[in-house]
Design a protein around this ligand. Structure first.
Ligand code: XIL
Length: 511
């Protein structure tokens, strides 16, 4: 049973790949700065390594067109966050409703994505009627549920989390109506029922805190070893990977994955996110990027790690803030759907731009900008700036300068410049205005930003640097024609802000 069927996961998609190729060419011809689009999507990068890269999603998120645009293009696999769970699919005994799950499989089909079914047997999000059954009736109810659901999605899901979260933290079996009624046999019974209903689906056991070596993963290892010995149909182990910056990285994740692989099982990272105590700061963001990168590296190093699914890709739809009060910022994209440093860390780890072995140095710095100033005609200019290191090596900030280009619009030629706030500390940020000998369109001056020290680790960002400048006579500017000026109010890559390392341009286009 646990034979090699991995290719269905890691297939590349024909037409989107061709379109991405055309897009790459267009961007190259216009000579813009390197962007994510030039290098293919996360899934394309993963697929080039024989893996998939996926995301959880949920029905309530699908009306959000900006969200689905990224979901449908960047990811090659999706997992329904809720709509295939028992409380949704069989809320009343014997009354099945697959409407919401069908919306998810339809989306996947339209976007050339595979689907992980999640989940058939779980103690949580279980309708109360199951727990109220006499124990003697639970096995029949469970088998019926598994059979109906797995049969319904036959051919539409490539893998099932058949049993979810069977263990307590100490490696003992978790109490549930299933365990109470059948003891640990419920797991083999559920796997056999799923296999009978959909012989082609890859069948997984899935749990959290089994990513590293430890008591809980030892328990999973013992369980799956026994199931395989007994000839129970089982293809893989799902490691949820709900990580947190404050709890450290799982102990020896790669070695742990490898021991399951050595049993002849596939391994999947099924629900990756990396939360932190809010507010976020530069150190937490850097740690988060490191954790995401380390998960990718572990999966790449283990041949039978088939892919990675993030538990939704954006902070906008994260389960974290409501489940872990005070925590958040766990995902690859922020709430406005802009990629965060962790996204670039994942790209780099997948072999994308700036990856190890490609230099990965200062050339991978990028400037992001937002306008903190809705008034383009007043006497101050207020750019918000952040630098992101998308490369594989640290960048020493004392070598870095940044230029924001603007026109003075007459008035005094002397300036005051300010750093109002930054998580890296304004005391480490230098700023001055310089005039151009030969004015350009949209620019006869620039604000130059530098740093007294510090360094930016691979995948790390400075966090925002709130800048401000005015003329000494406080006369007004007309910012609307300024070269570097933009109107976006959230951070986005800014090709008209230029970045230099040791005086050499590394990002952006000068006026
Ligand atoms: C979460 C969903 O994301 C939430 O929307 C829901 O309210 C609770 O469940 N482990 C799992 C997932 O296996 O099913 C959980 O999903 C997150 C933890």
């Amino acid at each position: 049973m646990n034979s090699v069927k991995r290719c269905r996961h890691s297939r590349t998609r024909g037409l989107p790949t061709l379109l991405a190729g055309a897009l790459t060419l267009a961007l190259t011809l216009t000579g813009g700065p390197a962007t994510a689009a030039q290098q293919g999507t996360l899934h394309e990068l993963a697929a080039a390594q024989g893996k998939y890269f996926g995301s959880a999603t949920d029905n309530s998120e699908l009306p959000d067109a900006a969200y689905t645009a990224v979901l449908g293009s960047e990811f090659g696999q999706i997992t329904p966050g809720n709509s295939m769970k028992w409380d949704t699919t069989e809320p009343v005994q014997g009354q099945f409703n697959f409407a919401k799950g069908d919306v998810i499989t339809d989306f996947a089909a339209q976007h050339g994505q595979s689907v992980r079914g999640h989940t058939l047997v779980w103690h949580s999000q279980l309708p109360s009627w199951v727990g109220a059954l006499p124990p003697a009736e639970v096995e029949a109810a469970m088998t019926h549920h598994v059979t109906e659901e797995a049969a319904h999605y036959r051919g539409k899901v490539t893998a099932w989390d058949v049993v979810n979260e069977p263990f307590n933290e100490d490696g003992t079996f978790r109490t549930s109506p299933f365990h109470t009624a059948m003891g640990t046999d419920y797991i083999a019974t559920a796997l056999r029922a799923a296999h009978a209903a959909d012989p082609d689906a890859e069948l997984y056991l899935n749990d959290y805190n089994i990513e590293g070596l430890g008591a809980k993963s030892d328990a999973m290892y013992a369980l799956v070893s026994e199931l395989l010995d007994e000839g129970v149909p089982l293809d893989g182990v799902g490691m949820q990977a709900h990580l947190a910056v404050q709890y450290g990285f799982p102990y020896q994740m790669q070695a742990n994955m490898q021991r399951f692989a050595d049993l002849g099982l596939d391994v999947a990272v099924t629900e990756l996110d990396v939360r932190m105590q809010l507010p976020a700061d530069a150190a937490k963001i850097a740690t988060q990027s490191t954790y995401y990168r380390q998960v990718v590296e572990a999966c790449l190093a283990v041949e039978r790690c088939v892919g990675i699914t993030v538990w939704d890709y954006t902070d906008k739809y994260s389960w974290v803030p409501s489940t872990f009060p005070g925590q958040g910022a766990a995902n690859l994209y922020e709430e406005n759907l802009l990629p965060k440093p962790a996204y670039y860390a994942v790209r780099t780890a997948l072999g994308g731009e700036g990856g190890p072995g490609e230099g990965g140095g200062p050339g991978a710095l990028r400037a992001q900008y937002r306008s903190s100033d809705s008034s383009t005609g007043d006497n101050q200019i207020k750019p918000g700036l952040q630098l992101v290191n998308t490369g594989g090596t640290a960048v020493s900030l004392s070598d870095v300068t940044v230029r924001y280009w603007f026109t003075a619009d007459n008035g005094a030629s002397r300036y005051s410049t300010w750093c109002d706030w930054s998580p890296i500390g304004c005391s480490s940020v230098t700023h001055r205005v310089a005039a151009l000998g030969t004015p350009k369109a949209g620019a006869d001056h620039y604000l130059e930003v530098g740093f007294t020290g510090g360094s930016l680790a691979p995948g790390a960002a400075t966090g925002e640097i709130q800048l401000r400048l005015n003329k000494s006579d406080w006369s007004n500017f007309d910012e609307s024609d300024d070269y570097s000026h933009g109107t976006g109010t959230s951070y986005a890559d800014a090709s008209k802000i230029t970045v230099y390392v040791g005086g050499e341009p590394v990002w952006g286009i000068e006026p």
